[in-house]
Design a protein around this ligand. Structure first.
Ligand code: HEC
Ligand code: HEC
Ligand code: HEC
Ligand code: HEC
Ligand code: HEC
Ligand code: HEC
Ligand code: HEC
Ligand code: HEC
Ligand code: HEC
Length: 415
């Protein structure tokens, strides 16, 4: 019977049906006994109960027990001679069988952050059977909008935040943004922004009607920074390679950033402008000047808040929320690099680094968040307020000041 594993799916299915009546029923004669369990080497208990009725309804019933449990036969057990160290080891070992029929899914999964964590030895990162019970798999029923399963099993607090959001209420799944198998790190890369724009293809055009430089805002401000209005924001300065045009990642086995940050220079505090300057020197030591620079991105302090997206009427539209001296978002600053598993490794920096001459001068290609360009805008806004133009100044003044865009904007609104 084990041979069926290596046959095509159709053959496996036919072989499964043939076997399901006789052998499966014998297996279930014992294994449908509630409470049946086996103690493993590390003392954990493996539950041996399989719900026969649920199995009969599942898409896998046609395969038959033996295809997935080739090592266990009516002849060789019980008792079982297989030594099983613990539950996790057992799951990982048994789950290898999925690949023989779902190779495409496995390939996607292997590129995910979850798989990277499993390879690192993370004991709670999901493998196939954490999200799919192999004995009860139903067609097209993996995600349950009412409970957020299977994701909520481990990301319960994210689900709780998400359930009340525009998307949660509309019944969207976590995988609509993150995907189910090739889940990528949430903060690095453009995967999530592209997911938003995939479902909201007219978003850029809609923002251009009121937001000058909308494309630049999409580049440097994360969507939730405006669409989760209650959340706290910060600036993340990412190490960026001007030559490869990519975020800098820690080299395999060489935690350059981590080592540097741990070094005496920055012991016990946030990076100041001088420290940032020498960090960049460190990264440019063996390269042409300013190969490595910093790129700013306005984002949320807590990733979980990215799940509290509200209706558009509540989104942040007030320019002064950001373009104002001392705006909240610029009071919290981190410096980051892409870590070995693709997630960012962050370190705190003093807010002054955004304005300091030292860091401005040392960092060419800096997006100037909170720097001179924003300062200019701040001053113009302040002057406008003092001039008594009143509430709509955010829009009016800026339109007037940024002649470059003014024509475009009024052209649109007039029509
Ligand atoms: C006579 C009752 C009985 C029958 C029939 C039976 N099992 Fe078991 N099974 C057990 C018991 C008892 C254990 C625990 C064995 C031990 O710890 O020594 C077990 C353990 C297992 C395990 C977990 C441990 C391991 O070695 O992987 C699997 C999987 C399993 N059985 C599958 C099957 C399948 C598939 C069939 C049908 C081909 C089957 N069993 C038929 C009683 C039975
Ligand atoms: C599609 C493949 C597949 C089929 C079909 C299948 N199993 Fe399993 N089974 C698995 C995997 C994978 C695990 C390990 C689950 C985990 O990660 O804990 C498992 C675990 C078990 C266990 C250990 C206890 C547990 O639930 O983890 C028993 C007992 C078992 N199976 C019995 C059966 C019996 C009896 C049948 C037929 C009625 C059957 N299996 C059909 C894949 C399968
Ligand atoms: C012997 C082949 C075989 C093995 C091994 C196997 N599956 Fe399946 N699986 C199938 C078949 C056949 C279907 C029915 C749907 C189809 O035709 O693709 C299916 C369906 C599924 C579905 C539901 C697809 C849907 O329509 O939503 C999931 C989820 C799934 N399998 C997960 C697993 C997991 C997890 C494992 C490993 C524990 C596994 N499978 C092992 C053959 C297999
Ligand atoms: C983190 C949870 C998670 C893990 C891990 C996971 N899946 Fe899935 N899987 C899902 C969800 C959710 C769906 C439902 C489809 C969707 O929402 O896009 C799904 C759908 C499927 C389907 C049917 C649809 C399709 O894409 O073909 C198969 C087959 C499947 N999974 C097999 C597997 C196998 C095999 C593994 C291990 C290599 C695996 N899954 C790992 C969550 C997971
Ligand atoms: C068995 C537990 C488990 C399940 C189920 C699970 N995850 Fe995860 N996931 C983790 C762990 C552990 C991490 C590592 C980061 C952490 O601890 O939050 C992680 C990380 C992530 C990340 C990256 C976070 C970051 O910092 O960039 C995303 C996105 C994610 N999961 C989405 C999902 C989605 C979507 C599902 C359902 C389809 C899911 N997870 C199901 C355990 C799980
Ligand atoms: C509408 C799109 C969308 C949906 C749906 C969604 N997320 Fe997210 N998720 C995001 C965004 C955007 C981020 C943050 C990206 C960033 O840091 O800039 C994120 C971040 C995360 C993180 C990392 C959190 C951290 O602490 O950094 C996890 C884990 C995660 N999501 C899991 C889930 C789970 C589980 C679900 C379903 C309950 C879900 N997401 C639904 C868009 C979504
Ligand atoms: C600077 C703040 C800001 C940023 C950044 C931002 N938005 Fe918006 N967005 C808004 C505001 C304010 C509205 C409501 C405009 C209105 O009154 O119609 C809106 C409206 C929307 C709408 C509804 C559009 C419609 O057709 O009415 C969608 C969808 C949307 N945004 C998606 C996004 C996505 C996706 C991103 C990231 C790529 C993003 N937003 C970035 C502030 C922002
Ligand atoms: C799978 C498709 C899908 C993805 C991916 C998606 N959305 Fe949505 N979005 C929807 C649907 C459906 C609604 C609710 C329908 C509605 O009210 O217009 C919605 C509603 C919204 C609204 C409220 C619009 C209003 O009229 O009040 C905003 C803002 C929004 N989404 C932004 C985003 C952002 C930001 C992302 C990425 C983090 C994103 N969406 C990802 C489908 C999607
Ligand atoms: C959530 C914060 C936020 C909001 C709200 C916001 N902006 Fe911005 N804006 C930014 C950031 C960050 C940049 C990028 C600064 C840079 O690259 O130097 C930027 C850039 C700009 C630029 C380009 C500056 C340059 O020199 O390239 C203009 C013009 C601008 N914003 C105008 C506005 C106007 C007008 C509004 C209100 C309708 C607004 N912004 C709302 C954060 C915001």
């Amino acid at each position: 019977m084990a041979g069926a594993l290596f046959l095509g799916q159709g053959t496996a299915r036919a072989a499964g049906i043939a076997a399901s009546n006789k052998v499966d029923q014998q297996c279930l004669a014992c294994h449908s006994t509630a409470g049946m369990e086996k103690e493993l080497q590390n003392g954990e208990k493996l539950a041996l109960h399989v719900d026969g009725a649920k199995f009969a309804k599942s898409v896998h019933s046609m395969i038959g027990c033996a295809v997935c449990h080739g090592t266990v036969t009516l002849e060789n057990h019980p008792p079982s001679k297989t030594k099983i160290p613990g539950l996790r080891e057992y799951s990982i070992e048994r789950t290898k069988v999925c690949a023989s029929c779902h190779g495409e899914v496995l390939k996607l999964y292997q590129g995910s952050i979850h798989a990277a964590l499993v390879r690192e030895g993370n004991p709670v990162a999901p493998i196939c059977t954490d999200c799919h019970n192999p004995h009860t798999v139903m067609a097209k029923a993996a995600y349950d909008a009412a409970t957020g399963a299977p994701c909520s099993k481990c990301h319960g607090s994210v689900y709780d935040a998400y359930a009340g959001s525009v998307h949660g209420k509309a019944g969207l799944e976590c995988s609509n943004c993150h995907r189910a198998h090739d889940v990528s790190p949430a903060t690095t890369g453009d995967q999530l922004k592209n997911a938003c724009l995939g479902c909201h293809p007219d978003a850029l055009a809609a923002h251009e009607t009121w937001l000058p430089n909308a494309a630049q805002h999409f580049e440097t401000v994360s969507c939730p920074a405006c669409h989760a209005p209650g959340a706290k924001r910060k600036v993340d300065l990412r190490l960026y390679d001007n030559v490869t045009k990519q975020s800098v990642a820690e080299k395999e086995g060489v935690p350059q950033f981590d080592n540097w940050v741990r070094s005496a220079k920055v012991k016990g505090g946030d990076l100041d402008a001088m420290a940032l300057y020498s960090l960049l020197r460190e990264f440019n030591r063996d390269a042409t000047d300013n190969k490595t620079t910093l790129r700013g991105r306005l984002e949320l302090i807590k990733g979980i808040d990215a799940h509290r997206l509200t209706a558009k009427s509540q989104a942040i539209r007030d320019c002064a929320k950001c373009h104002q001296q001392g705006a909240d978002a610029f009071q919290s600053v981190t410096v980051s690099i892409v870590g070995p598993d693709g997630r960012p490794v962050r370190y705190g920096a003093k807010p002054e680094v955004l304005h300091s001459i030292v860091s401005m001068d040392s960092v060419s290609g800096f997006y100037a968040i909170g720097g001179t360009r924003i300062k200019l805008l701040d001053w113009l806004l302040v002057l406008a307020v003092m001039g008594g133009i009143g509430a709509p100044i955010g829009h009016m003044t800026v339109r007037w000041l940024f002649k470059k865009y003014a024509k475009k904007i009024s052209g649109k609104e007039d029509s």
